[in-house]
Write a protein that binds this ligand. Sequence first.
Ligand code: PLP
Length: 367
Amino acid sequence: MKPRAPEHIAAITPYPPGKPIEELERELGISGSIKLASNENPLGPSPKALKAIGSAMLKLNRYPDGSGFYLRRKLSQKYGYPFDGLLLGNGSNEIIELVIRAFLTPGDEVIMPLPSFLLYNLVARWMGGTPVPVALKGMDIDLEGMAQAVTPRTKVIFLTNPNNPTGAVISKADFEKFLGVVPAETIIVMDEAYIEFNRDPATPVGADYIGKDGPAVIVLKTFSKAYGLAGLRIGYGIMDPSIAAYLNRVRQPFNTSSIAQAAALAALDDDEFLSQTQQITWSGLDYLYGEMAKMGLPYFSSQANFFLIEMPCEAGLIFEQMMRRGVIIRSMKSYGMDRFIRVNAGLPEENERFVRTLGEVLAGLRG
Ligand SMILES: Cc1ncc(COP(=O)(O)O)c(C=O)c1O
């Protein structure tokens, strides 16, 4: 008899992996595709990071520094984060897992916005937890609704600021009100994967709330987006040192590679690259908003590097037709938003190609 996983594992639908772009092109008989589907940095990796990778490669025979000492020291010096409250992860994704693994017992509840990043729900279920999704209010995270969903079994609440897929941000006033009503033994994970793209001054800085009275706040940051290092898998969490001590108990000793640590360390010094990334993203989004308005397509302004556009038909249809023309975007069907596509800002020529191709696809559908 084949081994059978426990029911809470067998019931999970695996995270849908995308096909490699080269494979897709081969199947469709096309070339020169562009990808605006995964909120990646269109400029490539930070040049300083690339240089650091070159030097770090010479030491690949050695294990990495399992504590991430230099990167954590740099983060602590640059931003004033508590050194002992910093934890590196194989992408910020891994920190999500560590939080759940360290704190959840089967049957505990994990509250998250719906829709938001799919991984919160998945990871909660890995550990036998119960995901409690709370629907957005319009395009905004419903903090009042989330506070009302708290029960004695609630262990962790995920907030995504800016949210994926809407790009909406939480206001400082609403966040502080929320912290005032949520029980102090709850953990609030503030996922700031896209915070470098935010242009709204009214949103809170998650790290300002660490170590304060009330619920414990853990902030997640990543090098995957604004620093262009998604392929290396490196991110970090900032938290009270007492919480980091628990997460360290369930962390693999060498969870981030030496190359990733070296690249991230150098990328933190690349202010010019960060600023170029922000500029190209902001001007790209503003251009795309203008074009969507001209085409009469409803869209939602975002504080991240992507935004949602409402289609006059099923988003899956648009996704398919755009892909055949070499423009890869995301259909929001799996997020329960059947008519929405999500597109990230690319290089100017990529943005123009997206607009042109969308125009052609919509004209074709209208017949
Ligand atoms: C909200 C959110 N958090 C975290 C991540 C993952 O980041 P990382 O690449 O650091 O694991 C993503 C990636 O798409 C995301 O959208």
